[in-house]
Design a binder for this molecule. Structure first.
Ligand code: PEP
Ligand code: MG
Length: 753
């Protein structure tokens, strides 16, 4: 390669800046740009392909190939070398392109004369919006510097393509166009509700809007300013004892500190600015380089450190404008959080007054973030796969958490229709509110107990309006998850007492700590596990480290002094585990009694979440006062299907004869032994599933607050004896799902589901 190409970026950037700043049709400017690249890189050909809807790459501009091929030559993503570059989002340099197995010859282009090819994806916000290619007649070996130079030029091209003018002239719906046109996306309802607001990205993304510097000295100053702000924020994090709750986080921040002060990292970015880039483009340039190096390194420790560096580059970018990123406690008025996925603790960390809804790329209904969101009344649409590609920070968003839809930048007609849905929802809520004082009694006069699942103090505010008979599941771990330190016995006791006060004469079932798996406590050191759902969690931690469980039991016993204490243990897989856990409780009760306190009445039960305990029912039922079916975990272990993995959660239906047969067996055994049984998993709150549970013999259900109205309405419209006859038949069916049959039954019998 000639020296012009290596020393060229600066000259080329200067020329490109002139084109970018100039006026005129965007497509003509793109044509000028490919001409400049070809001459600057001493290449006979330079072509630009842009991505259209339907994953098609279309030739938009070329210097060197036949002009008639423009807008005619199209390749699918993955097809030919251009498609390959787009599919893998990585550059490709070949001295003999035609001998490559992926080469796809397009006669209209006249490219058979050219042997070597260098191509790079045009990226915007992490997605491929096109491909930029140079070609030479000779079998040329492109150098690393040339590859880098073309990547940088591709950043400039991305900027031009994303200009509004280009989008509107060519309807590049699948590329940058997404960012400005209205868009409707489908997902799944993880938490019901409707909301409007502006998009705030949970994982901020680097978006280089301007690549070429107007003034290099100014850009160097901006970088310096950002670096010093970054350094002080990292130092601050290290000194903040609240954030430094575990050794792991200290390790990470120590590494951040090392990188933030690393001279060679800073020098590389300065050198990139000196070639003519803006500060943000320089950060991105160096970050791309780190990413490429990361791919080649196999040592997990070094990879981990490089990924820290990547995160640090993101932070540095946010410091360029002085903001340092989003502040979870100072959000815009109506905030819609957009995230890949999120833990329950992260959700709880957001300021709840301004948070109106959440949209996730992943997420499932029984994941804990969804459970917590339902408790908070925050609508969530999950599995919204396209959202991260289509949304921009600050976009106006409508979240329809009834039908699982998200509208980005909607037009007036959509906003009006949405407002009508909001009014309908309010009317329905008013109808459920009117049912509040009515019993959950069926047409054939069978009474069903409807209880509420809770875990946060905010749940208690809704207790009265929900019209629940009690709290059927109090997930105590949520209180532990929202704190940065382990709550002391006194603090826990105070909370449990508040819950009991609020419930008055109505029963409350406390569940002891169910942590581990996907419910991490920031201050409890846990080893990384291969299969956390099957690992050291819930009662297993409680029995192996009894100090934690004992302190919780002590707090509960104290809180229930002079009243009834009802509690259950999670994830019991063997009766002996229940006996051991109950013995710890009895000791605490004895202790409290010797001090003159202690509960008046104690009822101890267990969750049914692990299939092994189902096969010990007769034995178990001699030991317990009650049981509660945790169908979320029971389903997970019964079908060996990770409840948090959206790729598999819909594979099996809880309304299948095998699962229904197991549920029927549990209910029948409990009836025989006269032991109360209820269902507190997610299914209890869905009208169709709840109807089926009644048919299987369950008369007590516990669910999220907002599910009580619809389930009560279903019960009041049903004749349970008829449902029972029907479900008995289903348990003998061979179908993988009885859902449609159950739906048809409900329809034929006018049951409101
Ligand atoms: C369950 O597993 O069904 C349950 C209620 O517990 P959690 O969802 O908290 O695991
Ligand atoms: Mg569970």
């Amino acid at each position: 390669m000639s020296s012009a190409a290596v020393s060229g970026p600066r000259i080329l950037f200067r020329q490109l800046r002139r084109v970018m700043a100039g006026q005129g049709d965007a497509e003509l400017r793109l044509q000028t740009i490919v001409g400049l690249i070809a001459s600057n890189m001493i290449a006979e050909v330079c072509s630009c392909y842009l991505r259209r809807a339907g994953d098609v790459l279309e030739l938009f501009a070329t210097e060197g190939l036949n002009k008639e091929a423009v807008h005619r030559t199209r390749l699918r993503v993955g097809e030919g070398l251009v498609g390959d570059i787009a599919a893998h989002a990585r550059p490709l340099a070949l001295s003999d392109a035609q001998s490559h197995p992926q080469f796809a010859y397009r006669p209209e282009t006249g490219e058979d004369k050219y042997h070597s090819l260098l191509g790079t994806p045009i990226l915007r916000g992490g997605r491929v919006i096109g491909v930029l290619v140079v070609q030479n007649r000779t079998m040329r070996h492109y150098t690393e510097e040339e590859i880098e130079a073309l990547q940088t030029v591709a950043m400039v091209v991305a900027e031009l393509i994303s200009s509004e003018e280009m989008i509107s002239s060519k309807e590049l719906l699948d590329t940058a166009g997404n960012a400005t046109l209205p868009h409707r996306l489908s997902g799944r309802v993880l938490a019901e509700g409707l909301a409007t607001g502006q998009a705030v990205l949970h994982e901020p993304r680097i978006e280089v809007r301007k690549t070429i510097a107007d003034n290099i000295a100014e850009e160097l100053d901006r970088l310096k300013g950002a670096i010093s702000r970054l350094q002080s924020s990292v130092d601050e994090m290290l000194n903040n004892s609240d954030a430094m709750v575990s050794e792991e986080s200290r390790d990470i921040f120590e590494a951040y500190k090392m990188f933030a002060h690393d001279k060679s990292w800073l020098k590389k970015m300065e050198a990139a600015i000196e070639t003519g880039l803006t500060a943000e483009a320089a950060i991105k340039r160096v970050q791309d380089d780190t990413r490429a190096r990361m791919k080649q390194i196999t040592d997990p420790y070094i990879r981990e450190r490089l990924s820290d560096l990547e995160d640090l580059a993101n932070r540095l970018y946010l410091h360029l404008d002085g903001s340092g990123g989003i502040d979870r406690h100072h959000l815009p008025d109506d905030t819609i959080i957009i995230a890949q996925n999120m833990s329950a603790a992260e959700l709880l960390d957001y300021d709840r007054v301004h948070l109106k809804a959440v949209v996730l790329v992943e997420g499932t209904r029984s994941s804990h973030v969804a459970i917590v969101a339902r408790a908070l009344g925050v609508p969530v649409v999950g599995q919204c796969h396209e959202v991260s590609d289509s949304v921009e920070q600050g976009d106006f968003v409508l979240v329809d958490g009834e039908n699982g839809q998200v509208f980005l930048r909607p037009g007036d007609d959509v906003v009006q229709a949405f407002n009508r849905s909001v009014r309908h929802r309010e009317e329905r809520q008013a109808k459920y509110a009117a049912l509040r004082t009515k019993d959950a009694i069926s047409k054939d006069k069978q009474l069903v107990g409807l209880h509420m699942n809770a875990g946060l103090l905010i749940d208690l505010d809704h207790f009265e309006e929900a019209g629940a008979d009690g709290i059927g599941l109090f997930r105590t771990e949520l209180q532990f998850m929202v704190r940065s330190k382990m709550p002391k016995v006194d603090e826990q006791a105070e909370l449990y007492a508040k819950v009991l006060d609020k419930a008055g004469s109505r029963p409350v079932i406390f569940r002891t700590l169910d942590v581990g798996g996907d419910k991490a406590l920031p201050y409890l050191k846990m080893k990384e596990e291969e299969n956390p759902a099957l690992g050291w969690r819930a009662i297993r931690i409680g029995l192996d480290r009894p100090a934690l469980l004992k302190s919780q039991l002590r707090a509960m016993v104290r809180a229930a002094s002079g009243r009834t204490l009802t509690l259950m243990f999670p994830m019991i897989a063997e009766v002996s585990e229940f006996i051991e856990a109950k013995a710890l409780l009895m000791k605490e009760i004895e202790r409290e009694k010797s001090r003159g306190g202690g509960p008046k009445n104690v009822k101890v039960g267990t969750m049914i979440e692990v299939p092994s305990i189902v096969w010990q029912m007769p034995h178990l039922l001699r030991e317990v006062d009650f049981v509660s079916v945790g169908s979320n975990d029971l389903m997970q272990f019964f079908y060996a299907v990770d409840r948090g993995n959206s790729m598999v959660t819909d594979r099996y239906d809880m309304l299948s004869s095998s699962f229904l047969t197991m549920l029927q067996y549990i209910a029948a055994e409990c009836a025989k032994a006269k032991i109360p049984v209820s269902v507190c998993g997610d299914v209890a709150g869905k009208p169709l599933e709840a109807m089926t549970l009644l048919g299987l013999g369950y008369r007590s259900l516990s669910m999220s607050m907002e599910a009580i109205g619809p389930v009560k309405e279903m019960i009041r419209s049903s004749d349970i004896s008829k449902v029972q006859e029907f479900t008995a038949k289903l348990c003998r069916s061979k179908d993988a799902s009885a859902r449609e049959q159950l739906r048809a039954f409900a329809r034929d019998h006018s049951i409101i589901i």
